[in-house]
Design a protein around this ligand. Structure first.
Ligand SMILES: [Zn+2]
Length: 364
């Protein structure tokens, strides 16, 4: 009876996931391998010195009281699996490549404390926590945490071997939502440099849909998920980009569309919203005035002035707050905007446009 129970305990401890991208040496030492074993292993596989292990699988063999076992170490960043045999007085190592089955899983929840902590707690994966923290590091501070309720959601590859979960792969897309501001990034792979990154939707695309709504102006504030509002002093997302321009500067639609709102609120001041055929809405806030004949339901083109830059609503000086709305959420306009207005089209839209655009965007 006692023996059966012991066998059962051994069976239960057969597999154990570390998941946290431990270094291979740390894992091997925890299994009782000696420095001399490690020296021998590195002679065969020098990369072991700095190998991130996604997961391990300890296959016990032979008698219950013998120390013989086979350990499988799954590399985080490749399909390599190291197979290590250990018996009382000797050890040996080999390497194989495994074929994984890949599934995509969606994971979501509230952000508590920092983004990194949240993802690590949810997944126990340092790799995933890092991918998320790096992807959103420009958008809000990932060390101090969010001041407002925020949600995260991402799609990630899961790698299985013979039906058993081994490790997470790349995050394919990731989204953070704060209030009505949404920031979505998608995995982009650069096949020339074998590099990859989670970048904003629209980033680097050359067919940017929107013209700058004011001519030759400076962008003073970018889309941000966590910002202290200059007037209300409250932490709230900055739902668009601010163009600084003198009071009275002409404002043009970013693209042809239908005027759906001409209104005024305490915080926005005078504002206009336009619905475009591509499904996006653009909104123009803190105006000094609307052009006289503007009416809801009217179709306007990017060459037709709709209003003037002002400082109405909660604003500290003359500027245009420009927002882009998709499916009810504010998205980051910067990756959808050309750096120039429609009237400057001729001057900018030359054959060099593709080369020049990314630089122009980086420098705003
Ligand atoms: Zn603004």
């Amino acid at each position: 009876m006692a023996k059966t129970l012991l066998s059962l305990i051994f069976l239960l401890s057969l597999t154990q996931n570390v998941l946290a991208s431990d270094k291979a040496f740390a894992v091997l030492l925890s299994y009782g391998f000696k420095q001399s074993d490690l020296v021998n292993f590195v002679k065969s596989y020098p990369e072991l010195k700095d190998l991130d292990v996604a997961s391990e699988n300890n296959l016990k063999e032979g008698e219950e009281f013998s120390s013989d076992f086979t350990l499988k170490l799954y590399a985080q960043d490749s399909n390599d699996v190291y197979i290590i045999l250990k018996s009382d007085n000797s050890s040996a190592i080999g390497k194989v490549e495994t074929q994984y089955e890949i599934e995509v899983k969606s994971i979501e929840g509230d952000i508590r404390n920092t983004l990194h902590d949240t993802i690590f707690k949810e997944t126990k994966s340092e790799s995933l926590a890092n991918q998320m923290a790096v992807a959103f590091k420009e958008d809000f501070t990932t060390t101090k945490g969010m001041r407002r309720k925020a949600l995260y959601q991402f799609e990630v590859e899961q790698y299985y071997e013979d039906g058993k979960f081994i490790k997470y792969g790349n995050i394919l897309s990731a989204t953070i939502i704060v209030g009505r501001a949404i920031n979505k990034k998608v995995l982009k792979i650069d096949p020339e440099n074998f590099s990859w990154a989670l970048l904003p939707e629209g980033y680097g695309e050359t067919n940017l849909p929107f013209y700058a709504p004011v001519k030759s102006s400076r962008v003073s504030s970018l889309f941000q998920l966590n910002r202290r509002h200059p007037v209300t002093r409250r932490h709230q997302p900055h739902n668009g980009v601010d163009f600084v321009a003198p009071s009275g500067t002409a404002i043009y639609p970013a693209m042809e569309g239908e005027v759906i709102t001409i209104s005024r609120t305490r915080s926005k001041g005078k504002y206009i919203t336009i619905l475009h055929d591509n499904g996006y809405q653009t909104t123009y806030i803190h105006l000094k005035k609307f052009v006289k004949d503007l009416r809801v339901g009217m179709r306007v083109g990017p060459e037709e002035q709709i209003g003037e830059v002002g400082s109405s609503g909660y604003s500290t000086g003359a500027h245009l707050h420009f927002g882009v709305i998709k499916d009810g959420y504010y998205v980051n306009p910067i990756y959808l905007l050309k750096s120039y207005g429609y009237s400057q089209k001729e001057e900018y839209e030359t054959v060099d446009e593709i080369e020049e655009l990314p630089e122009t965007l980086d420098s705003v």
